[in-house]
Design a protein. Structure first.
Length: 145
């Protein structure tokens, strides 16, 4: 199966537009911090440029299996986290910085109105779900004597 660069760019573009940008789960700046890819380069991916293989893998690691599945649907594949219930540190960092940015923007006028609250709720729920495995205590491993 031959995959065209245009088809891949279109999938990446669509997957990024769902997740990244103003009012979305992640900001370009938060994604830059996590992936090391400059925000303007990330914006160019949203506009049709194709990332390198390393760039695409960085995006997949940061944005998680949902993003990866959206991109890989081009070849009939899906993605899953390596271990269900295990902490996902990169997506958590990206979601937390994105939420902090969204919160700061909402608090620009000194309070959060009902529309801003409603807009933040999906991101807050996602962040809560990502933080839960990190907050849970891990069972102590006993050594054999």
């Amino acid at each position: 199966m031959k995959i065209s660069t245009d088809a891949l760019s279109d999938k990446i573009n669509a997957a990024l537009r769902l997740r990244v940008g103003f009012g979305k789960t992640y900001s370009f700046e938060a994604l830059e911090e996590v992936t090391g890819i400059k925000a303007r380069t990330l914006r160019s991916y949203e506009e049709g440029a194709t990332p390198t293989a390393a760039g695409l893998l960085s995006l997949c690691a940061a944005l998680g299996p949902g993003f990866t599945s959206d991109v890989f649907s081009l070849i009939g594949q899906t993605a899953a986290s390596a271990s269900a219930g295990e902490p996902q540190h990169m997506p958590t960092l990206c979601a937390s910085t994105g939420f902090a940015s969204m919160l700061a923007e909402a608090l620009n006028d000194g309070h959060i109105d009902h529309r801003e609250k409603a807009a933040m709720q999906p991101a807050a729920r996602e962040l809560r779900a990502l933080l839960e495995p990190i907050a849970e205590p891990t069972p102590a491993v006993r050594r054999a004597s």
